[in-house]
Design a binder for this molecule. Structure first.
Ligand SMILES: [Zn+2]
Length: 248
């Protein structure tokens, strides 16, 4: 059996300083030419095997526009997908909390190693609901407010015309397993409303790659037709409804 590789990407840069240093430290950014080369190899493997891979981009970064316009048309055994949170389907999304943090750190010349001294524990923050993350960071990063570099609705329409797929990265970017099932059901239904409104795919990439069999069953019941996780994230269940992706 042929194992399909579905890469999961976050940021893309041309030169190292295009993105805050934290993304380099966390291995969440890739140089454009390096990415295109890996994609060409993946495309050729798919051609030989008669398969197609999803090439997935999480968190809605505008960086994907660096990829040459015709690239995926020329490499048609690759299907690009962007995964967005509900807020990113609106006109003026807020920065996601951790993105604010990395941008602020860059601004202040802080590195990830400085966080403990600043009283900020990244792993702990990731366990909170998104509103709690916002509240915590607002207190510590006063008046840090810049326009996020996320894809606009117009950008999404351009990508859709180029054959890209758009889907959900969850109602909010947090560990959705912590939310009571009834509440999560309502939230997932709202996400579906955004997807229907945009004409997007009814697919879900679990934020942080965290899921268990209960939340997967719930998402399936409310109408998500595909779900995606991350091989590198150990906090996950066993359901075969979830397609695993690999961080690049
Ligand atoms: Zn994400």
């Amino acid at each position: 059996m042929i194992e399909l590789v579905s890469p999961c990407l976050h940021r893309i840069h041309l030169s190292e300083t295009d993105v805050p240093a934290s993304y380099h430290t966390l291995d969440m950014t890739i140089e454009l030419e390096a990415l295109l080369n890996r994609l060409r190899i993946l495309h050729n493997t798919n051609v030989r095997n008669g398969t197609t891979s999803y090439v997935t981009f999480d968190d809605g970064w505008r960086d994907v526009l660096l990829i040459p316009k015709g690239f995926f048309r020329q490499h048609s055994n690759l299907q690009p997908v962007v995964f967005l949170t509900d807020e990113q389907f609106t006109d003026r999304p807020r920065w996601m909390p951790l993105h604010t943090l990395y941008a602020w750190m860059e601004d202040q010349g802080h590195t990830l190693d400085d966080l403990p001294q600043l009283g900020i524990d990244r792993a702990t923050i990731k366990d909170w609901r998104e509103d709690e993350q916002h509240t915590f960071l607002l207190k510590r990063l006063p008046a840090f407010d810049e326009r996020p570099d996320y894809l606009s609705l117009q950008d999404l329409e351009i990508l859709t015309k180029r054959g890209w797929k758009v889907a959900s990265h969850g109602p909010e970017h947090s560990d959705l397993r912590t939310i009571p099932p009834d509440r999560l059901r309502t939230m997932l239904e709202e996400s579906l409303t955004y997807l229907h409104g945009f004409g997007a795919e009814l697919w879900l990439a679990w934020p942080e790659g965290r899921w268990n069999d209960e939340v997967v069953t719930l998402a399936h019941e409310v109408g998500f037709t595909k779900q995606f996780g991350l091989r590198e994230e150990p906090r996950r269940g066993t359901s075969s409804l979830v397609e695993m992706r690999t961080l690049w």
